[in-house]
Design a protein around this ligand. Structure first.
Ligand code: FES
Ligand code: FE2
Length: 462
């Protein structure tokens, strides 16, 4: 199927990507028609990340999250304790039903005319409901509950949803990245679902197109030395403490940039080449924290005595789940588009839910130094992303292409992750894979055209 960009000379979307040269037209980042089509064909269809179950442990607990440009209420029902997600838009005449970011509710009452929904989304009352001169026999019934997502998944504590009933199961959507995501949601001793998240969501509003950070920040290995130069100079790089980390016994591993051109996921990746886990190295300056993590690492080593760590495990690089969820061993960061030139970046950072208080405090402080409003690394990145958009969208600038050819043609399939292309650690393989899947979504009429994917090794686009 060909889609036409009306204001730019009737071109197909495919024609804006040059596979031979490895370039992508800036129009795909700045044209409002493209943005509208992305919201319809990507964000209405894909599995999107909503939050973490530890944010809503009790009946009636809720968070307000987003799916693309729209808000959703994620709530644990008071009766059956199940978590569900609903569009935050009153079925009467569209008012935002819940205006809080998080909390605990008996019911959700719309501030406009008092239509009232229970924590399972059911309409249980309306203003003037019993007034004979109001609704009478036209009083709305069960079909006027809040609009619920088509599919919902609690994957080891992480909460995901899609508006599309035809989307494949969440595990099929993840494909070969399933084990990596599961590992990143484990506590440091290797127990499934062992994390809790620091709340609330950390949010940054960025005046740029969602794909600038969403498609290019993982993996963007060549940006770090320049962009994060000042933070590195201040000693705030990967060390949690103050440079105490000592190299342990070398553990056999290989690092790459990888891209799944069929499913769109990819990023940095470490393959581990023998069972077990690398030696724990002390890295915290707060007293007692290394003692805790050394002990949990020991338990994890027993668990993995005869097992090989999942790719990306043990801090082995961050990866993206299509369209724009970035996962690594200590945080999930993801993007909510608002309009062509505006996106919100949300972050959740986790800690072992069973850790003692002094450990949780130390991890929280590290997160704040690194990631938060007072942190260094995120503001470094955002400064660049924010200037990209205005410098790319002018009538002259948008006629140029972006360069995505770093490592083009040098990727190879690797049976450790079936269907995934493995390339040099500083290449742009992951970004190209995201655009391969992006194009498939933008051309597809429905999920029938998108899944199952063609895993033939001859099928690769780039
Ligand atoms: S818009 Fe919600 S009750 Fe009218
Ligand atoms: Fe960065």
């Amino acid at each position: 199927m060909v889609t036409i960009l009306r204001a730019r000379g009737d071109r197909s979307i495919r024609s804006f990507i040059d596979y031979e040269r490895g370039t992508i037209s800036r129009e795909l980042y700045v044209h409002p028609d493209i943005f509208e089509q992305e919201m319809e064909q990507i964000f209405q269809r894909c599995w999107l990340f909503l939050g973490h179950e530890s944010q809503i442990p009790n009946p009636g607990d809720f968070i307000v999250s987003r799916m693309g440009t729209e808000e959703v209420i994620v709530v644990r029902d008071r009766k059956d304790k199940q978590i569900r997600a609903f569009l935050n838009s009153c079925r009467h005449r569209g008012m935002k039903v819940c205006r809080y970011d998080q909390g605990n509710n008996l019911v959700f009452t719309c501030p406009f005319h008092a239509w009232t929904y229970d924590t399972a989304g059911k309409l249980v009352g309306v203003g003037y409901g019993n007034h004979p001169e109001a609704y009478g026999d036209t009083r709305p019934g069960d079909q006027w509950g809040l609009a619920q997502v088509a599919q919902f998944k609690n994957f080891h504590g992480s909460l995901w949803a899609t508006w599309d009933p035809k989307a494949p199961s969440f595990e099929d959507y993840l494909g070969p990245f399933t084990a990596s995501l599961r590992h990143c949601l484990q506590s440091s001793d290797g127990e499934d679902g062992g994390l809790e998240m620091f709340t609330p969501f950390q949010r940054h509003r960025l005046p740029t197109n969602w794909k600038v950070p969403g498609f290019t920040s993982v993996t963007d290995g060549t940006h770090a030395a320049m962009t994060h130069r000042s933070a590195a100079a201040a000693g705030l790089h990967e060390d949690r403490g103050q440079g105490k980390a000592k190299p342990g016994t070398p553990f056999p591993r290989e690092m790459y940039a990888i891209g799944d051109h069929n499913l769109g996921h990819g990023g940095q990746c470490t393959f581990y080449n023998q069972p077990g886990v690398p030696d724990y190295t002390d890295e915290w300056f707060e007293p007692g924290v290394d003692d805790y993590f050394r002990e949990t690492a020991g338990r994890k080593a027993q668990l993995y005595a005869n097992r090989v760590l999942a790719p990306h495990g043990w801090g082995g690089g961050h990866f993206a789940i299509f369209p724009c969820v970035m996962v690594d061993s200590w945080r999930i960061r993801w993007y909510h588009p608002h309009e062509t030139g505006m996106v919100e970046r949300w972050t959740l950072c986790g800690v072992d839910k069973n850790a003692p208080k002094h450990v949780k405090n130390a991890v929280r402080h590290y997160v704040q130094r690194y990631n938060g409003p007072t942190g260094f690394f995120e503001s470094d990145d955002m400064e660049n992303w924010n200037y990209v958009y205005p410098a790319s969208r002018g009538v002259r600038a948008r006629k140029l292409d972006y360069f995505f050819a770093n490592g083009l043609g040098h990727g190879k399939y690797d049976d450790r992750l079936p269907g995934v292309v493995v390339n040099g650690a500083y290449t742009e393989e992951a970004q190209r894979a995201r655009f391969s899947r992006w194009l498939a979504f933008m051309e597809a009429k429905s999920w029938d055209d998108l899944y199952p994917v063609n895993t033939s090794k001859n099928h690769r686009i780039w």
